[in-house]
Design a protein around this ligand. Structure first.
Ligand SMILES: O=P(O)(O)OC[C@H]1O[C@](O)(CO)[C@@H](O)[C@@H]1O
Length: 253
């Protein structure tokens, strides 16, 4: 299946395009289920959503959200937890009902049961009408590291050193980055009806090139997206710079 690609000039334009995509989904279906991601990439997208909400463009009163992942062992109120991130960056600033926002509980007593509960929730209230994804420099989506089975559902992962290093910027010291997280699996992610993957900056260029030009391979988790019927990459010029063949196609906007 062909992955659609929208190339924007810079991070700001990419974020506006992503926010527009999400807002259009909510306008089309006010009770939509949104699959949401954390990390640095969607930050300005969430800012744009908050702005759009404050301008009265959309209401999230009927919407539901399902986040991709959460660190194991951090309290919900820990400033680096994804629960906290989502409240601080988005949920506290729009009219979504807090009880309609869902993330895995990284502090559950029985983590395996929590994984099963969360996968059940995806099936019960989902699957997402629209899933937002970022991509790691090694091609991870959610916290699905290279080598993760494409058949995986919500599970616990041991984070690779490269991912812990990449995420150390959000923690006081690199040592503070948790070693495990709960993440939707690849199969869980592919249940979504529509997916947008955002990428910005030259660090992501090799991953975007490999995604568009490489093989489908469990060693590169994002390549599983090629098995999905409705995926759109929204990238900026610097993340797209490595793509050679795409230049002659008409998929850049
Ligand atoms: O957007 P960033 O911060 O580059 O992160 C990319 C990806 O890595 C993660 O933060 C996990 O390490 C994902 O949540 C995210 O999609």
């Amino acid at each position: 299946m062909t992955v659609k690609v929208i190339v924007k000039e810079d991070y700001h334009e990419m974020s506006c395009a992503a926010a527009h995509f999400i807002e259009s989904k909510i306008v089309e279906k006010p009770g939509a289920v949104l699959g949401l991601a954390t990390g640095g990439t969607p930050l300005a997208t969430y800012e744009e959503l908050v702005k759009g909400y404050k301008e009265g463009k959309v209401s999230y009163r009927q919407a539901c959200t399902l986040n991709l992942d959460e660190y194991v062992g951090l309290e919900e109120d820990h400033p680096q937890s994804y629960h906290y991130f989502m409240r601080e960056k988005l949920f506290d600033h729009i009219d979504i009902d807090a009880s309609n926002t869902h993330l895995p509980n990284g502090n559950a007593e029985n983590i395996d049961h929590e994984c099963q509960r969360y996968e059940g929730l995806i099936d019960e209230i989902g699957p997402p009408d629209l899933q937002v994804l970022g991509i790691g420099i090694n091609g991870h989506i959610g916290f699905n590291e290279p080598g993760t089975s494409f058949d995986s559902t919500t599970h616990v992962v041991t984070l690779t050193e490269s991912t812990r290093k990449a995420n150390a910027r959000f923690f006081p010291t690199a040592e503070d980055v948790p070693k495990h997280s709960i993440t939707m699996g690849i199969r869980s992610i592919l249940k979504s009806k529509q997916i947008i993957l955002l990428a910005s900056g030259e660090d992501k260029a090799p991953a975007i090139q490999r995604l568009l030009e490489g093989e489908i391979d469990e060693e590169f988790p994002a390549s599983a997206l090629k098995n999905h019927p409705d995926v759109t990459l929204i990238v900026d010029e610097s993340a797209y710079q490595g793509v050679v063949h795409g230049r002659s196609r008409s998929h850049a906007e």
